[in-house]
Design a protein around this ligand. Structure first.
Ligand code: UD1
Length: 310
């Protein structure tokens, strides 16, 4: 994100506690501060001294199964730390916040395609911790001179086309990363979690959005807030899905290798289909996707995985 902001001539200050972040991935042209978003005094001082006009908030824990086994970590890192960040913004009169929310707020919805007004019913602490943040933002925006856009990410995938950044979390469990690792022989095989879903080929269907398109949604959100667009929530996806088997085929095509597979039972809490109704994003935020192609997404992820070399 910081590369894209700097490319447009913005000044960027990155605050990260490096719990999961990697400082070498921060653009050398951004100012980097190692610290925690929950440190009210530090954040207030930064907001004031750097004259920050917009906070883009990506900090948080994101592993769903971990949120079930260690919920207090999620309410601390996601909800409580964000409460402090919002307080800092309010006290320092920062007018705008762009927040990374998640499709996990929808839980197991009764429909496969979700619009922003589909009632949120998160089924894990991760989704709940993010939904609570959306509520805090809405209340703060009502009470104070603050406007926000919450972007509900669907399945983020791919990597920077210029090879500068990509999914770097060790032991990540995401499908595309695991499939690339299996194709490259870095893990023994890929488990397909469930082959008996009510989907065209029986495997789970997700709306994979290229990270660069997601970055551009943030830029569009920033522009919208600055021109006075009202606060709101936006789904970030393409509006159509790919199955696990379709993703595997794309990885095999991009790598020229077979992905060793094992059919495994469904993962607890995995819905059959999770697809965004992204009409609002296209209509209201001056955004249209540039990388809506699973082959392009998978190729970028594979190139990044090869560079990572572990
Ligand atoms: C992902 C994110 C979640 C986010 C959600 C938004 C993770 C692990 N997942 O969930 O935080 O809120 O998007 O919609 O952070 N699969 C396999 N084998 C594997 C891995 C996955 O078959 O080894 C299947 C899954 O069953 C699922 C699909 O691939 O059908 C995608 O799974 P995954 O990449 O883990 O993402 P989600 O669970 O959809």
């Amino acid at each position: 994100m910081s590369y894209a902001l700097l490319d447009r001539g913005e000044e960027v200050v990155v605050l990260d506690n490096l719990m999961t972040g990697v400082s070498s991935l921060v653009s050398p042209d951004a100012e980097f501060i190692e610290g925690d978003i929950g440190d009210l005094a530090l954040v207030r001082a930064l907001l004031r001294s750097r004259k920050i006009d917009t906070i883009m908030h990506f900090a948080g824990s994101v592993v769903v199964p971990e949120s079930v086994s260690d919920p207090m970590k999620y309410y601390a890192n996601n909800t409580a730390a964000t409460r402090s960040l919002i307080e800092a913004a309010v006290r320092e009169d920062v007018p705008h916040i762009v927040f990374s929310s998640t499709a996990a707020v929808y839980g197991m919805p009764p429909v496969p395609v979700m619009a922003e007004d589909t009632p949120p019913r998160p089924i894990n602490p991760y989704g709940r911790s993010k939904l609570m943040t959306e509520w805090m933002l809405a209340d703060a925006a009502t009470a104070h001179n603050l406007s926000y856009i919450a972007l509900r990410y669907f399945n983020v995938a791919g990597a920077d086309p210029l090879g500068r950044t990509g999914q770097s979390t060790p032991n990540a469990t995401h499908l595309i990363k695991r499939a690339c690792q299996a194709a490259l022989g870095r893990v023994s095989h890929l488990d397909i979690y469930g082959t008996d879903f009510d989907t065209p080929d029986g495997t789970g269907v997700r709306d994979y959005i290229h990270v660069t398109d997601l970055v551009e949604a943030h830029l569009a959100a920033l522009d919208a807030l600055r021109r006075g667009t009202e606060s709101g929530i936006y789904n970030c996806g393409y509006g159509h899905g790919m199955s696990v088997r379709q993703v595997i085929s794309a990885v095999e095509k991009a790598s020229g290798r077979r992905v060793p597979l094992r059919e495994a039972p469904r993962r607890a809490g995995d819905p059959a289909m999770v697809i965004a109704d992204a009409t609002k994003l296209r209509r209201n935020l001056d955004w249209s996707p540039r990388y809506d192609d699973i082959d392009v997404i998978v190729s970028a992820a594979l190139r990044w995985e090869q560079r990572l070399n572990h």
